[in-house]
Design a protein around this ligand. Structure first.
Ligand SMILES: [Cu+2]
Length: 318
């Protein structure tokens, strides 16, 4: 199995890299083994029953043997089902929520992208990003799940269980990575036209790298030195872009689309659709409806110079 571009593991519950995902894998393997044994036994009994000679033995001991066999099978069923219930109960506990004080990240599902809020009691330390969630390795992280529109589902199979994002309800999930890397996840609940293009990246950094990343994200968007990018900033602010997008440190404070303050630092755009390059940014801005039909970003008419400059500006927002 090949890994998705840039990712350090398969997007698979059978390739776990964090404690919650390991608990889930153990449960999957346990249930599969037990159910396989039961299936083989049932098939063997069925085969035996179909091929044996019909017996006319109606003696008392024979009847007692039948009663005993059926009772044993019923008891085994009860024990196995109870055992699996207990196992899934302990798995649910194992993937349960971390202690208070753990890093908390709010993820808000939107058609069709992930809004990611790193809220801090000190507003100066709070920031927002989209579709790419950085976490420190070896730490429990609490993911608070909300939805802006319909039901979505947060699923990063190699790091955690799966949890729905339901409008008007607060769900949460424990996320934890044991090794640095990039882990892919996606929306796992059909949520409309672009459901399949609602991917995310979890980037697990060494704690020092994580702190560096968070400090950089807290900064305002850079004022570009490059001439094209500087012209792009002016164009961006004069177009409807600014009504839907925020670039902190500028008058753009729209909230309908992803925060673009550090768009150039993210690996992909439009929820995993394209790798972030100046070319892909230009393609996206020129015609989002061809690349992601139905998405909530309209095509904004731009001259070719404006398109070039705005793409340069977006790329410069590291
Ligand atoms: Cu979704």
């Amino acid at each position: 199995m090949a890994t998705a571009a840039g990712c350090s593991s398969n997007q698979s519950a059978l390739d776990p890299h964090g404690a919650p995902a390991i608990h889930v894998e153990h449960l999957i393997i346990g249930v599969t083994i037990i159910c396989s044994i039961v299936w083989v036994l049932v098939m063997a009994m069925l085969g035996w029953a179909l091929t044996r000679k019909r017996s006319s033995d109606s003696s008392q001991p024979h009847k007692r043997l039948l009663t005993l066999t059926v009772s044993a099978a019923v008891a085994a069923t009860v024990i196995i089902i109870a055992g699996l219930t207990v196992a899934s109960f302990y798995t649910t506990r194992g993937i349960g929520l971390p202690e208070n004080g753990a890093l908390t990240i709010t993820v808000r599902g939107q058609q069709w992208w992930w809004q990611v809020l790193y809220a801090d009691p000190d507003p100066a330390l709070s920031f927002q990003t989209a579709n790419e969630i950085h976490i420190p390795v070896g730490h429990d992280v609490r993911i608070q799940l909300e939805s802006a529109d319909v039901v979505h589902s947060f699923w990063v199979p190699s790091l955690a269980g799966k949890q729905d994002l339901v409008p008007g309800r607060n769900n949460s999930l424990l996320l934890r990575a044991e090794r640095p890397g990039i882990y892919r996840g996606q929306c796992a609940e059909f949520c409309g036209l672009q459901h399949t293009h609602m991917a995310m990246m979890i980037v697990a950094d060494e704690p020092a790298d994580y702190e560096r990343w968070a400090a950089a994200q807290r900064e305002n968007g850079v004022t570009p030195a490059d001439q094209d990018a500087a012209a792009g900033k002016v164009a961006f602010l004069s177009k409807p872009c600014a009504a839907c997008h925020t670039v902190r440190g500028t008058p753009a404070i729209g909230t309908a689309g992803p925060d673009l303050t550090h768009i150039g630092s993210r690996q992909t755009i439009a929820a995993g659709l394209l790798e972030t390059t100046r070319g892909s940014l230009a393609a996206w801005i020129a015609d989002p409806q061809t690349l992601k039909p139905g998405s909530n970003m309209p095509m904004v008419p731009l001259s070719s110079i404006e398109l070039r400059d705005i793409s340069a500006y977006m790329e410069s927002l590291k």
